[in-house]
Ligand binder design. Structure first.
Ligand code: ADP
Length: 468
C-alpha cells in the first residue's frame, strides 16, 4: 500500500495562525489598556473634581448664606454676588486645571426646578451651555446628574460615556442651615474624541488582521479539501490496482488448476490411444471413453473462455430485471423437462445500473443450471429483483428448493474447480462471481429458511466508473 503525504501549505498555515494570534493579542492589549487607562483617569479625575467641587460648594454656601430672604426671594444683587463669587472661584480652579468645567444650580421660585447651569467658564468653544449645539447631550447629562444630587441631597460621582466623550462628573448639594438649596458640579473629559479615534483605528487594524487570518484559514481549508480529494482518488486508483493484482494472482492459481484438470483427460486419451496403437481392440466403449475425455476438455476450455470474457466487456446502464427475465426464458425448457415451475418476481422501474447484459445472462444461466440440477424432482425456482438501499444497489436472487448448501460446500463454493458433481468442472460459480466483481458488485450464497439455496447478485447503483 502506498503512503499518503499530506501536502500542508505550511506558509499559509503559519500566516493564518500568526495573523489570528497577533489580532487576538492586539485586541486584548487595546481593551485592557482602555480599561486600565479609564480606571486610572477616573481615579485621578475623581480626586481633582472633588477638591474643585468642594471649593465651589464652599463659595456657593457662603454667598447663599448671605442672601437675607433666601430661598423665597433673590434680588438681582443677590444673583450677581453669587455669580461673582462662584465665577471668581471657578476662574481660580480653571487657572490651575483648564480641563475642568464647573457650574451650579439654584432652584427657581416659579415653574422650573432649576436655573440653567451658569457658564462659569467662557471658553467652551462650540459647546456652549445653551440647550442646542453639539454639546447639548453632554450638558443635558450634567443637568440630570446635578438634579439627582440636589434631590437626594447626596454627593454624586459618575463616569459615563456621552459620545463622543467619556466624562467624569462630580455633583454636590449646597446646604444652608441643613437645607439643600442648590447644587454645584465639576466635570472633566476623560477620553477625548482623538483618543477614541486612535483606539478605533487600533481595533480596525486588529479586526483587519483577524479577517486576514480567517481568509488564510479558508484558503488553507480549500487546499486541504483539494488534497483530501486527490488522496481519495489516488486511494481508489490503488484499490483498483490492488484488485487487478489480486486477480492476476487468482489467475495464476486458476492456471495451476487448469493444468491439473487438463492432465487427467489427457492421460486418459493417451492411455486409450496407446492401446489403439498396440492394436488392442477397445470396441465402441473405448471410443466412447475417448469422446468423453475430449468433451471434458472441451467443457473446461469453453468455461475458461467465459472466465476470460468476464472482465473484457464494456459496461453500460441497463435494467437488471430485463436480464433476469431473459435468463428465465433460457431456463424454461430444461425446467419444464424437470417439472420445475419458474416463478418471477421482478421489480418495476429499477434504477439503471452499469452492466454488460451478455455476461450477466451467463451468471444467471450458471445459477439456474445449478439450481435445476438439484431440483430433479420438481418444485419452484424463484427469480427475483429489487432495489436494496442497504446493499447500496440493485439485487437479483435465484432461490431453489434443492437440499441447500452444506457448510463444507459453502466454504469452497466460489473456488475455481470446486465441484461435487462427477461431470462438473467447478467453474460455473467462480465465473459468475468474477463477472459480479467485474460489475463492481458481488455474488453471495446462503440457505433459505424454508430449505434450498439462494444466490444473490448485487450491483451498485452508484460508484466510480469502470477504470480504463
Ligand atoms: P459445477 O456446477 O461444475 O460443479 P459450480 O461452480 O457451478 O461448478 O458449482 C460448484 C459446486 O457448488 C457444485 O458442485 C455444487 O456442489 C455446489 N452448488 C452450486 N449450486 C448449488 C445449489 N443451487 N444447490 C446446492 N449446491 C450447489
Amino acid at each position: 500500500m502506498g503512503r499518503f503525504r499530506l501536502e500542508t501549505p505550511l506558509a499559509i498555515e503559519i500566516g493564518a495562525v500568526v495573523a489570528l494570534f497577533v489580532a487576538a493579542l492586539g485586541t486584548l492589549w487595546l481593551t485592557s489598556a482602555a480599561v486600565v487607562g479609564r480606571e486610572q483617569r477616573r481615579a485621578m479625575a475623581n480626586t481633582r473634581l472633588k477638591s474643585c467641587n468642594d471649593r465651589l460648594e464652599t463659595q456657593g454656601q457662603g454667598a447663599l448664606a448671605a442672601v437675607r430672604q433666601f430661598p423665597d426671594y433673590m434680588s438681582p444683587e443677590d444673583w450677581s454676588t453669587l455669580d461673582q463669587r462662584l465665577s471668581e472661584e471657578a476662574a481660580r480652579v480653571r487657572e490651575r486645571d483648564p480641563s475642568i468645567e464647573l457650574g451650579y444650580y439654584v432652584p427657581s421660585r416659579h415653574d422650573r426646578p432649576f436655573m440653567p447651569s451658569l457658564p462659569m467658564v467662557h471658553d467652551r468653544g462650540s459647546t456652549s451651555v445653551a440647550s442646542t449645539g453639539p454639546g447639548h447631550d453632554l450638558y443635558d447629562y450634567v443637568d440630570t446628574q446635578v438634579d439627582a444630587a440636589f434631590r437626594k441631597g447626596n454627593e454624586l460621582s459618575v463616569v459615563e460615556d456621552v459620545p463622543p466623550y467619556t466624562i467624569a462628573i462630580r455633583a454636590a448639594p449646597v446646604r444652608v442651615d441643613g437645607r439643600v438649596v442648590a447644587a454645584t458640579w465639576a466635570m472633566t473629559r476623560l477620553v477625548d474624541p482623538i483618543f477614541q479615534d486612535q483606539s478605533a483605528l487600533g481595533y480596525r487594524i486588529f479586526a483587519g488582521l483577524a479577517l486576514a487570518g480567517i481568509a488564510l484559514s479558508l484558503v488553507l481549508t480549500a487546499r486541504m479539501t483539494r488534497t483530501v480529494r486527490r488522496q481519495a482518488s489516488e486511494r481508489e486508483r490503488l484499490r483498483v490496482e490492488l484488485r487487478r493484482s489480486e486477480r492476476l494472482a487468482a489467475l495464476g492459481k486458476l492456471l495451476a488448476g487448469v493444468a491439473h484438470e487438463v492432465r487427467n483427460p489427457l492421460a486418459g486419451i493417451r492411455g486409450i490411444t496407446q492401446l489403439l496403437v498396440r492394436g488392442v481392440d477397445l470396441g465402441e466403449e473405448g471410443f466412447g471413453h475417448l469422446i468423453d475425455e475430449v468433451d471434458r476438455l472441451e467443457g473446461i476450455v469453453s468455461r475458461l473462455l467465459q472466465f476470460s470474457r468476464a472482465d473484457a466487456q464494456d459496461l453500460a446502464p441497463g435494467d437488471l430485471s430485463a436480464v433476469v427475465a431473459e435468463a428465465a426464458k433460457l431456463a424454461q425448457d430444461r425446467a419444464r423437462e424437470l417439472g420445475v415451475r419458474v416463478e418471477l418476481d421482478l421489480a418495476d422501474q429499477l434504477p439503471l445500473v452499469d452492466m454488460a447484459p451478455p455476461a450477466l445472462v451467463q451468471v444467471f444461466r450458471n445459477l439456474t443450471t445449478n439450481a435445476l440440477h438439484v431440483m430433479s424432482s420438481g418444485g419452484v425456482l424463484k427469480l427475483s429483483t429489487r432495489l436494496d438501499p442497504a446493499a447500496g444497489g440493485v439485487t437479483a436472487s435465484v432461490a431453489d428448493q434443492g437440499p441447500g448448501l452444506s457448510p463444507d460446500v459453502l466454504a469452497h463454493l466460489f473456488e475455481p474447480f470446486f465441484t461435487t458433481k462427477p461431470e462438473g468442472t467447478g467453474l460455473g460459480l467462480a465465473i459468475a462471481r468474477e463477472i459480479a466483481l467485474a460489475h463492481r458488485g458481488d455474488l453471495t450464497a446462503g440457505n433459505r429458511p424454508e430449505g434450498g439455496a439462494v444466490f444473490t447478485l448485487t450491483i451498485p447503483t452508484t460508484g466510480p466508473r469502470k477504470p480504463s
